[in-house]
Design a protein around this ligand. Structure first.
Ligand SMILES: *[C@@H]1O[C@H](CO)[C@@H](O)[C@H](O)[C@H]1NC(C)=O
Ligand SMILES: *[C@@H]1O[C@H](CO)[C@@H](O)[C@H](O)[C@H]1NC(C)=O
Ligand SMILES: *[C@@H]1O[C@H](CO)[C@@H](O)[C@H](O)[C@H]1NC(C)=O
Ligand SMILES: *[C@@H]1O[C@H](CO)[C@@H](O)[C@H](O)[C@H]1NC(C)=O
Ligand SMILES: *[C@@H]1O[C@H](CO)[C@@H](O)[C@H](O)[C@H]1NC(C)=O
Ligand SMILES: *[C@@H]1O[C@H](CO)[C@@H](O)[C@H](O)[C@H]1NC(C)=O
Length: 369
């Protein structure tokens, strides 16, 4: 016969099983595997833009380059070979054209390709364009239709980053092996990294890609040809090595073309490791990286990437990856946040509940004798 305490026991048992099953794949070891941050992302991504093969229909990309996610979690993508910026609202099955004619009034069409992208807090779009043998950063104010030349560069800007207060804009000039600093009005200030030709010395860069800047104005550069990430502090003439620099490879101290890069407020760097088809995080002062997405070989399965280029985060912490050769943007939602992880692992109330159940089990056994 079912006693009251037995019924209670089954109720609590079900409750515990339900709780435990929602955490079942995340044990202490898997949390330890991500020392950069307590966050763990789902290993299977969901497609947030594209994913319908290469093409120019509004549900396709040809292909995804720079990406940015706004506060409504809409994804903005530079659709490189279609020469446009498209916007995919959260959950949308196709995009809308946000900007085209990206080289302005003088757009020569098949010479004008957009690469890196960012927005400022006022919602102005900044998009780097290659334009034949020249190149520029174009700007488009929110609500405007007129795209304007913001900075006339040379060509191929693959890294674009505002500082925290949006006082300065930093551009990685890919083929000129340097990073330049500009005012918020687009005036050149100075070269802040590289500028000493292509090479492996610490005062040189080799095709810089992603660029990030910290609160002190230090510039972090994904130095793609040198397979390393370097840090250039303000007013210094050479970099310090942050990670990599150990040749091409897929060890945790190596890269195979570091690309897009973001730095968070804790000093953690998030780097696209393009030809290793993985996304890495690197804790401040750590020499080794940790894989946070991909890393399952090149492919189009939901846990794979194929020559990813850029990354972005939304305001829920989801990671977005511009997955170039899959013609899509993948979204990796947060699986375990610091708060849910610590509730599961350390909160004594879970253990109180377990001991309560054990007590019920013992007492109900006694009662039924
Ligand atoms: C992608 O763009 C390239 C260059 O414009 C073009 O040759 C190719 O046909 C496009 N692919 C598709 C499927 O539209
Ligand atoms: C694009 O290139 C053309 C031809 O060189 C040039 O006239 C035009 O000013 C360029 N536009 C931009 C935005 O760089
Ligand atoms: C523009 O690019 C050319 C060719 O790579 C280079 O010689 C020149 O110095 C660059 N100019 C600037 C201002 O970076
Ligand atoms: C860097 O140099 C500039 C110009 O000489 C100077 O105004 C600035 O204070 C210096 N900044 C630091 C952090 O040394
Ligand atoms: C920074 O670290 C703190 C303390 O470990 C953590 O609570 C917070 O989520 C971290 N922030 C980011 C952006 O990772
Ligand atoms: C890492 O590189 C080694 C040596 O090239 C290779 O055998 C291995 O498959 C690679 N691992 C992944 C996950 O790509």
């Amino acid at each position: 016969m079912m006693t009251k305490s037995r019924a209670l026991f089954f109720f609590f048992l079900l409750h515990i099983l339900a709780r435990a099953s929602s955490y079942r794949t995340y044990d202490r070891d898997s949390l330890r595997a991500a020392p950069c941050t307590e966050t763990i992302w789902e290993s299977n991504g969901k497609t947030a833009a594209g994913g319908n093969g290469p093409g120019s229909a509004l549900n396709q990309l040809n292909s995804s380059y720079g990406i940015f996610v706004d506060s409504n979690r809409a994804v903005f993508v530079t659709d490189y070979l279609n020469r446009r910026v498209v916007k995919w609202d959260q959950g949308a099955l196709s995009g809308t054209i946000y900007a085209e004619g990206l080289c302005g009034a003088s757009d020569l069409g098949d010479l004008c390709y957009p690469s890196a992208i960012t927005f400022n807090k006022a919602g102005t779009l900044f998009v780097a364009v290659e334009n034949g043998s020249s190149g520029s950063v174009m700007s488009l104010k929110k609500g405007d239709t007129l795209i304007k030349t913001f900075i006339t560069a040379n060509t191929s800007i693959y890294g674009i980053a505002w500082d925290e207060n949006e006082e300065y804009l930093y551009l990685g000039h890919h083929r000129e092996h340097r990073v330049d600093k500009y005012t918020k009005n687009g005036e050149f200030v100075k070269v802040v990294a590289g500028g000493n030709g292509l090479g492996p010395a610490l005062n040189q860069l080799d095709y810089p890609r992603g660029v990030a800047v910290d609160e002190y104005g230090s510039v972090y550069v994904a130095d793609s040809g040198n397979q390393r990430v370097v840090k250039w502090m303000v007013n210094t003439t050479a970099a310090v090595l942050v990670a990599g620099g150990n040749g091409v490879g897929n060890r945790t101290d190596q890269f195979n073309v570091p690309g897009g890069m973001i730095r968070d407020k804790n000093g953690t760097l998030y780097v696209v490791d393009e030809r290793n088809h993985r996304i890495l995080c690197i804790l401040e002062n750590a020499k080794n990286s940790v894989i946070i997405a991909g890393g399952h070989g090149q492919g189009s399965a939901s846990n794979q990437l194929s020559n990813p280029i850029y990354l972005a985060f939304d305001n829920e912490g989801s990671l977005y990856v511009s997955d170039w050769e899959n013609f899509r943007v993948q979204k990796f939602a947060v699986a375990v946040t610091p708060s849910s992880a610590s509730r599961y692992m350390y909160n004594p109330s879970t253990w109180t509940l377990i001991f309560g159940i054990l007590w019920l089990l013992v007492s109900s056994t006694n009662f039924s004798k």
